[in-house]
Unconditional design. Structure first.
Length: 250
């Protein structure tokens, strides 16, 4: 397996000495609907998913059930959980613990994460100051709830190296997508990398109309260059670095 870029490990990295035979990186593209790829995804030794997507029963046949690592955008701490009832004063969470807003947000947060089992929670904490505050707040809530999730904050140098590599490869954007970041991670810790749900078009190879995501039709972020990223994924597929699945699974 070729490596896309070098990962910089801290002493605490859970993958510093671990490697996996097969890994599935599951994007959230609408091409997953009707793909029947769930069993194939679950057959991998390690499954990475992006941005805490829905895992309802109705999707399992197409997306699988297993998760070993899930990413969460720090912004979700605000948008989904209103910063646990403490939107403005992160450092004074102690005064909010008994509030109804805090308890409701905490319960919703833990319930949402429960569908991913005992997976690692990967949070890109160091994009900017507010990201760090939100990420550490989520971590604090998990610790105080005695939750079983192990939180990973990737080293800033690793994030910079990923962005630099893809920028030099032609993906010129404010930042790479979570999917491309997870693909980069997978090439470091897996012998075989399989991608599912990566498809930037709104129709498949048979002209079947597709939604943006397998669970909704929200507009993509303009911070990413998804079409350029997909070209790079095709290049990696064609050169044998990984396998990009863009048709239904057998």
């Amino acid at each position: 397996m070729k490596r896309v870029c070098s990962i910089i490990y801290s002493q605490e990295s859970p993958f510093k000495t671990r490697r996996f035979k097969t890994c599935s990186v599951v994007g959230n593209g609408g091409i997953l609907n009707g793909s029947g790829c769930g069993e194939e995804i679950d057959a991998s030794e390690f499954v990475l998913r992006c941005n805490t997507p829905p895992m309802d029963d109705k999707y399992w046949k197409d997306i699988g059930r297993r998760t070993n690592l899930i990413t969460m955008n720090p912004g979700q701490v605000n948008f989904r959980y209103n910063s646990f009832g403490n939107k403005k004063k992160f450092e004074k969470i102690a005064f909010k613990r008994a509030s109804k807003a805090f308890q409701e947000a905490k319960e919703a947060f833990l319930q949402d994460l429960s569908v991913y089992g005992d997976s690692y929670l990967f949070i890109e904490a160091f994009l900017y100051k507010l990201s760090a505050k939100r990420a550490f707040l989520a971590h604090q809530v998990l610790l105080e709830s005695h939750a079983k999730y192990e939180v990973i904050f990737p080293h800033p140098d690793f994030i910079r190296s990923v962005h630099s590599y893809w920028n030099e490869s032609g993906v010129v954007a404010p930042r790479v997508s979570t999917g491309l970041l997870m693909t980069s991670v997978a090439t470091q810790i897996c012998e075989e990398v399989h991608l599912y749900g990566f498809w930037p078009f709104h129709s498949d190879r048979n002209n079947r109309r597709l939604t943006e995501h397998y669970y909704d039709n929200a507009l993509p972020s303009d911070a990413h260059k998804i079409s350029e990223e997909f070209k790079q994924l095709q290049r990696l597929h064609n050169t044998g670095v990984l396998r990009l699945t863009t048709t239904a699974c057998q």
